[in-house]
Design a protein around this ligand. Structure first.
Ligand code: P6P
Length: 286
C-alpha cells in the first residue's frame, strides 16, 4: 500500500499546477451528489484517475465526482475512494483546498475496511499527510529542501484551543449550538475556512481542538461524504491519538455507509473536546 502513497506525490504536483492555471468557471455537469461542477473539479478528477489507475495494486477507483466505481486492475487489492478537489468553490477566494484519499480493502467499503488514508493540502506550501491504520500519520512538507522533503509524525494532545464548527448555524440543533458556544465561552478560537482539508489539517498541526459537521435541520445526515471525506480523516485522527465519532458518539471507523455517496454527521478532535461533545449530546461511547 505504501507504493500507492508514492503516486500521491505526482498527483499533488499536477493538481497544484492545475489550481494555479485552470479556468475557475463552471463545467456543464453536476457530480453524483448533485453539486455543480467547476472545470477545476473535472480537471483534478481526470488527473487523479489517470495516475491512480496505473497502479497495479489498485482494483478500482471511486470518485466523489462520479456516480459509479471504475475497475482498473481486476487482480488489484485495493479500492481507492477519493475527493479530487475538496472545497474547490473557495479556490476563487484563493483559500487553501485539498485532495482526500481512502484506501479500502477490495470489496470492503466500510470503516473497518479502510486500510490507509491520505490528504494533500494545496496552500502556501504543498503538504501531504498519509497514515496506515494504527500507525502515526506522517506529515510531508515542501520547501527549500524540495517537494515533501521534510517529514514528521503528527500527534494530537489531550486538549486544544481550536474550534471549527461547520454547517449553517441557523439549522444547528439546540444541543449543538449549546456545545459550540460552551467551547467559545472556555476561550476556544474560531478556525473555520469552509475547506475541510485545511480546517482539519490545522487542528492536527496545532495538536488539538475539534472540527464538527453535525446533523442539522436542513441536512439531518450532515453534508460530508463518508467514503471520500469522513472515514479517511477518521483514520488519520485516531492514528494521531484523537477521536472521530458520529452524532451518537459511535466511532466513525465502525460505520457501514448505506451507499457510495452517503453522508454522515462527524466530529473529529482531541479526547477532551470529544468528551465535551458527548456530555452536550448526552451520549456515551456509542
Ligand atoms: P459549510 C466544501 O464544500 C465542503 O464539502 C468541505 O470542504 C467543508 O468542510 C464543508 O463543505 C463546508 O460546508 O456548510 O460549512 O459551508
Amino acid at each position: 500500500m505504501l507504493s500507492i502513497f508514492e503516486t500521491l506525490k505526482s498527483i499533488a504536483f499536477a493538481v497544484d499546477e492545475a489550481i494555479k492555471t485552470e479556468d475557475l468557471g463552471y463545467a456543464s455537469g453536476r457530480n453524483a451528489t448533485g453539486d455543480d461542477q467547476l472545470k477545476l473539479d473535472v480537471r483534478a478528477d481526470g488527473i487523479v484517475e489517470s495516475i491512480l489507475s496505473q497502479h497495479p495494486l489498485v482494483y478500482s477507483i471511486i470518485s466523489e465526482e462520479k456516480e459509479e466505481e471504475l475497475i482498473v486492475h481486476p487482480d488489484g487489492r485495493y479500492t481507492v475512494c477519493y475527493d479530487p478537489l475538496d472545497g474547490s468553490s473557495i479556490v476563487e477566494a484563493d483559500l487553501s483546498v485539498g485532495t482526500i484519499f481512502g484506501i479500502y480493502e477490495k470489496g470492503k467499503l466500510t470503516g473497518s475496511g479502510l486500510r490507509g488514508s491520505a490528504y494533500i493540502v494545496y496552500g502556501p506550501r504543498l503538504e501531504l499527510v498519509a497514515a496506515v491504520r494504527g500507525r502515526a500519520p506522517r506529515h510531508y512538507r515542501s520547501g527549500s529542501e524540495g517537494l515533501f522533503a521534510v517529514r514528521r509524525s503528527l500527534r494530537l494532545g489531550e486538549k486544544g484551543k481550536l474550534n471549527a464548527p461547520g454547517g449553517t448555524q441557523k439549522y444547528w440543533l439546540p444541543e449543538h449550538k449549546a456545545f459550540v458556544d460552551s467551547l467559545f465561552a472556555e476561550g476556544y478560537r474560531l478556525r473555520y475556512s469552509g475547506g475541510m482539508v485545511p480546517d482539519l489539517h490545522q487542528i492536527l498541526v496545532k495538536a488539538g481542538g475539534i472540527f464538527s459537521y453535525p446533523g442539522t435541520s436542513d441536512k439531518p445526515e450532515g453534508k460530508l461524504r463518508a467514503l471520500f471525506e469522513v472515514l479517511p480523516f477518521a483514520l488519520i485522527y485516531e492514528a494521531a491519538g484523537g477521536e472521530a465519532v458520529d452524532q451518537r458518539g459511535r466511532r466513525l471507523l465502525e460505520l457501514v455507509p448505506s451507499s457510495l455517496h452517503a453522508t454522515t454527521p462527524c466530529f473529529f478532535g482531541s479526547s477532551y473536546e470529544i468528551g465535551r461533545f458527548k456530555e452536550a449530546y448526552g451520549v456515551n461511547d456509542g
